[in-house]
Design a protein around this ligand. Structure first.
Ligand code: FIX
Ligand code: ZN
Length: 372
């Protein structure tokens, strides 16, 4: 077996701990999105469809019901064009994994398949097919629908860990009280915020991270609503200075920071910051970085500068079935980057060493930070 094949085998077998998703445990009911119409109305595909079909205005698209939107996406991106983008090829990967035809002319077969599925079994099948053993949700108590489920006393599947998202919470009147309340209710494994520029979070956020020994995740470089007509698909990206992150890590050596950056131009700078500060953990290739070419480039750069001491990927999945493609595709890119580094070693690694490293990168390190 070649080195590349040995590495691919170890990476494919390594259990995944997914540090960032927008998924919800099945106990959250309708918030748990799955099935072909949810897959096809994923905001990545909405943006790609509106680009491919400029005669369809965003307003006209969103006026359609979800099934009609999905039909349009399927026809525009899968029937009349080849599914060459990462998001379209991902849907094809999911369909193929369930034995469905990715080249179908319409959605009748796929809709019949998903309609016949029982959600509890579907969750088990997706986690098994993706090789995911634990994941973090994104939990925003200011969202009325989600808040209602927490206040009704939901007990999530233990594989679905809470992550307290504070983007909107930080503007609360009594932030410290709100943080204590939702940490007590959700038992989150970390707190998270997305920002364009890096700035220190409110003191109350770092205080609770210390008090509860919770990591603080900063997702850096997003510019919200650059095209508001696209709704959740309308966000953009900025390359920003990471100098404030250095100050934050230096001034808070007892706080662990999970960091991911949206701009390709920030990838190298984050590697340098992580070399300087052991309390900074780069995690994943976020959003516009979540493409095979950039995952391979980023993972190579991180291995060269950090060794196997980071988390190469998170899925950012919004629809349960996406775990299958986001992780199958990421495993290929990570294995490719890892193989190249092993080939550069003066002494070839043993299978046990390859397995050890793959398990650490795909789930071990993330599991330590998630407490999973
Ligand atoms: O801030 C975030 O968690 C982003 O990942 C989302 O806002 C974004 O819409 C997304 O899901 C990208 O994949
Ligand atoms: Zn996200």
């Amino acid at each position: 077996m070649s080195l590349a094949e040995r590495v691919a085998r170890a990476v494919d077998a390594a259990p995944i701990v997914d540090l960032h998703t927008h998924l919800f445990a099945p106990q959250f009911g309708a918030l748990n999105l799955w099935g072909i119409d949810e897959l096809l109305t994923y905001h990545y595909l909405v943006a790609e469809t509106l680009r491919a079909e400029p005669k369809v205005s965003p307003e006209a698209f969103f006026a359609r019901d979800k099934a009609a939107q999905a039909d349009l996406v399927w026809d525009a991106l899968f029937v009349r064009r080849s599914p060459l983008s990462e998001a379209t090829s991902g849907v094809a990967t999911v369909l193929h994994a369930f034995g469905l035809d990715p080249a179908a002319k319409d959605l009748r077969e796929a809709r019949a398949f998903f309609a016949a599925r029982r959600v509890e079994q579907h969750v088990e099948d997706v986690l098994r097919l993706a090789g995911v053993t634990a994941l973090a949700m994104t939990n925003d108590p200011t969202d009325p629908a989600e808040r209602a489920v927490w206040e009704a006393g939901v007990a999530p599947d233990p594989r679905f860990h809470a992550a307290l998202r504070v983007d909107r919470l930080v503007s609360s009147q009594d932030l410290a009280r709100e943080l204590d309340r939702w940490i007590a209710r959700m038992r989150p494994r970390y707190l998270a915020i997305s920002v364009e520029e890096v700035s220190a979070p409110p003191r109350a956020v770092l205080d609770v991270c210390r008090a509860h020994d919770l990591p603080f995740a900063m997702m850096i470089g997003v510019t919200r609503a650059v095209n508001p007509r696209l709704g959740v698909a309308g966000d953009g990206m900025r390359a920003v200075s990471l100098a404030p992150l250095e100050r934050l890590a230096a001034e808070n050596p007892d706080v662990r920071f999970l960091i991911t950056t949206l701009a390709r131009e920030n990838t190298h700078a984050l590697c340098v910051v992580a070399r300087k500060f052991a309390n900074v953990l780069p995690f994943g290739c976020w959003w516009f970085m979540n493409n095979p070419s950039l995952i391979e480039e980023t993972t190579s750069m991180r291995l060269e500068m950090l060794g196997p001491t980071f988390v190469p990927q998170h899925s950012d999945a919004r629809v349960l079935d996406q775990l299958i493609y986001k992780w199958r595709h990421a495993r290929r890119s990570i294995a490719s980057a890892l193989s190249r580094r092993y080939a550069a070693m003066s002494v070839a690694p043993t299978d046990a060493q390859i397995e050890r490293d793959a398990r650490a990168l795909l789930g071990g390190i993330a599991g330590e930070w998630l407490g999973a």
